[in-house]
Structure formats: structure tokens, C-alpha cells
Design a protein around this ligand. Sequence first.
Ligand SMILES: [Zn+2]
Length: 231
Amino acid sequence: MTRTESLGHLKLDGRRIPCLLRRSSARRSLAMRVAIDGQVVVLAPRCLPDLQIEDFIQRHADWLRRQLNRLSAFADPWREGGRLPYLGGSLRLARAEGLVAPYHAGGRLLVADPATARQAVLTWYRAEAKAILGARLTSLCAAHALALPPWRLSDARTRWGSLSVRGVVGLNWRLIMTPPSVIDYVICHELAHFRERNHSPAFWREVAALCPDHAAARRHLRQNGGWYFQF
Ligand SMILES: [Zn+2]
């Protein structure tokens, strides 16, 4: 496998955005992602002409614009008015003197001091995840007449879900930040592993039976995963 990397810029709405072009002989198609620091990374087949890469970026300009806008909207959440992802939307961090623990009120998350609230907010996220992911697991098992498996919250750095050899479902607490349809997909993915402990076509048929719209949820995780994992 041959790989090359070159750092350049791409132009979007008159702005110059740092762009890392990574070519590899092992790649067959083009892909693009936006790193947390705002750098655009383009993955391309080794010998693809530059013109085709530029065309690809232009065709995905709207997507790129959305990613970059969101990145700036969610930049530095640990301040008054900072935005925290929650169930596919966001909560604004607001100050309320004398609170001992974060308090969720409408579209706001109230804390005593936004600048030092990080640890308390992460603890709050985990408690929310415990309640909401647990409720979705219970409800999906009931809907599909499946036995409710034991489960735990996970803090894996790259994985959304897991199924242990003992049959314990692990669900990443960061799922509380994703849309409800994505939570349901990850739960269904792990439930499907009870029947197929692999990622074969038979496994994906099980997933599709439990979660017909799994492709959209997987796309969401591919495109936004890095973003949620910054927490
Ligand atoms: Zn899997």
C-alpha cells in the first residue's frame, strides 16, 4: 500500500480552510471528514486526478458548510451560553447561583458556574444516558418480543456499542448526545448480535428487521462520530 499526504487549502464562500489530502493505493472511493479542529481531511485513491477531487469537494459544499457551521456553533461549550449536544439537538449552558448539580430546564442546562461545570455535566450526561438508553432498550425488547438483556454504560473511545461473550450489552454514554433514531439503531445492532455474532449479510438482515432505517443512523455516526467523541 502506498500513501501520501499533502496539506493545502480549499476555498469555501471566500474562506481558506486547511485541508489535508490523504491518498492511498488501498482506497477505491473518495471520502471527506471534518476534524474537531476544523481541518478538512479528504481521503482519495492514489492516482485520482486533482480535478475529480475538487469536483467532489464542490458537490459536497453544502455538507461541508453545515459541518463547519456546527463546529463553530459548538466551539468551547464550557462557558455561559455554550452549546452541548443532547438527543440530536442542543442545550445551552446557563448560570444559576447555588445549584449543587446541573438542572435541565427546557432548552437549557443550569449550572452554578459554566466555566467549572465540565465534570458535573459529564456526570449528568451519564445519569441521563442510564435512564434514557435503559428505557429504549426495555421498549425495543418488548416491541420485538426479545428477552431484556443485562446492560451497562460504556466509556469506550471509539465504539458505540458492544456485546460481551457473557451477553452483556454495552452502550456508550455519548449516545445521549445523538438523535433518538441513532440510539435505537445502536441498541438494535447489539440485539442483532445475540443471533449473529459477526457482521455478515445475515447479521445485517437481523438489524434491518429490528431497525429498517439503519443506513441513515450509520451515516450519522460516520459523519458525526468524531464530534461526539471529543467529550
Ligand atoms: Zn457489531
